[in-house]
Ligand binder design. Structure first.
Ligand code: DHB
Length: 391
């Protein structure tokens, strides 16, 4: 059994990028179909990062003036860099007049799913795309397997890969799934969610003698924390007591509030940008187009920036028959992508210990951190990048 449907834009992936794109297209009168291989429940319960840039919040507020970002989320006007126990605050509004919001990605997903389904969006869960054909022709097609195992073919005018780092759309655009610019890091983050009151009002990024830790938050009674670990670390190998001891040793100067740890995960560190972001009538956005290491929380924000650029381009293409913006999409998106790649790499390199680090490297790293925190220009660059460059 094979079913064929037709739409203007076929969007593979119902993460933040795919959902927000479908919304912006609908606002511009462009019809889309969104598919995702996961169930709605899986999408809504995937734990990811929690920091939204100012521009992301401005967009979510424009999309829905009652967005829960402003009630459930928490505005953060700064972060702390802690160097060997010494705290240095980066005051975002004071430096750049912008802020960030702590509002977890799965909450954004819940909001966007409710909004899109409420507006009658054709949004199909448990549908697995297997390939994209004919991106060089006028009518590219997404070939997928429906929830019941039958074939679904989506014929579209344009196909968007918003399907994450294992994108099936990427080979149709970049030639292979791995062709791109790539860097792996010899470490990872051990992340926990725990039931405890917050240990600090703002995030603390700590470069300590014992290694890196990040103290983040989720709500009054749930906290998110990370520490640098080996890339092959087993999240279940450490006892809760060992986890607390490791974390505590890495944030000298703060007594952490401990509590039951109810989730643990190991986050791999990689940087990647696909060699091609658009080919013919198909384009990549978000993690399908690029991966950043988590330090600095750029992943979802960058995905949403891609989508804003692509939505304008598709609007011009469909609404005014003007292909200039779509032809410029890869170049326009790349400029921000590489700034974010640099920022994520830089924050990572300043804060983590490499296995080959000797005393020179450690002292140089502290010199670099001091060049940032003790200089208004340095703090301003960090604040500008962290809160997000204006589009
Ligand atoms: C979080 C994750 C990050 O990568 C980061 O830089 C800041 C916060 C988080 O999950 O809270």
């Amino acid at each position: 059994m094979s079913t064929s449907i037709r739409t203007q834009v076929a969007i593979v992936g119902a993460g933040p990028a795919g959902l927000i794109l479908s919304h912006l297209l609908a606002e511009a009168g462009v019809e889309s179909v969104v598919i995702d291989q996961r169930s709605r429940d899986e999408i809504e319960s995937t734990i990811r990062a929690g920091i939204l840039e100012q521009g992301t919040v401005d967009l979510l507020t424009r999309i829905d003036t009652n967005t829960r970002v402003h009630t459930v989320g928490d505005r953060h006007d700064g972060i702390e860099l802690r160097l060997r126990g010494e705290g240095h605050r980066i005051d975002f509004p004071g430096l750049v007049g912008r802020s960030v919001w702590l509002y977890p990605q799965h909450e954004v997903l819940k909001d966007m799913l409710a909004l899109r389904l409420g507006s009658g969006q054709d949004l199909r869960f448990n549908v697995t795309a297997s390939r994209v054909d004919d991106v060089d022709a006028d009518r590219p097609r997404v070939v997928a397997t429906d929830a019941d195992g039958s074939e679904l073919v989506i014929e579209a005018d344009f196909v968007v890969g918003a399907d994450g780092s294992r994108s099936v759309v990427r080979p149709a655009i970049a030639g292979t799934s791995r062709d791109g610019y790539f860097r792996e890091y010899p470490f990872a983050w051990f992340g926990i969610l725990c039931e405890a009151p917050a240990s600090a009002d703002e995030l603390i990024y700590s470069n300590s003698e014992n290694g890196f830790a990040l103290i983040s938050q989720r709500s009054h009674d749930v906290q998110r924390m990370y520490f640098q670990c080996a890339p092959d670390a087993d999240p279940n190998a450490m006892s809760e007591a060992e986890i607390w001891e490791t974390l505590q040793a890495r944030v000298p100067g703060t007594a952490l509030n401990e509590g039951r740890i109810f989730q643990r995960d190991v986050l791999r560190f990689r940087s990647f940008v696909a060699r091609e972001l658009r080919h013919g009538r198909a384009a990549l956005v978000g993690d399908a187009a690029h991966t950043v290491p988590p330090t600095g929380a750029k992943g979802m924000n960058l995905a949403i920036a891609d989508v804003m650029i692509l939505a304008d381009a598709l609007h011009a293409m469909f609404g005014e028959n003007d292909a200039r913006l779509i032809d410029a999409y890869a170049e326009t998106a790349s400029r921000r992508i590489w700034k974010a790649q640099n920022f994520s790499w830089w924050m990572t390199s300043m804060l983590h210990k490499l296995p080959e680090h000797n005393e020179f490297d450690e002292r140089r790293q502290l010199g670099e951190l001091r060049s940032v925190v003790e200089s208004e220009a340095g703090r301003t660059y960090l604040a500008e990048a962290y809160t997000g460059w204006t589009l």
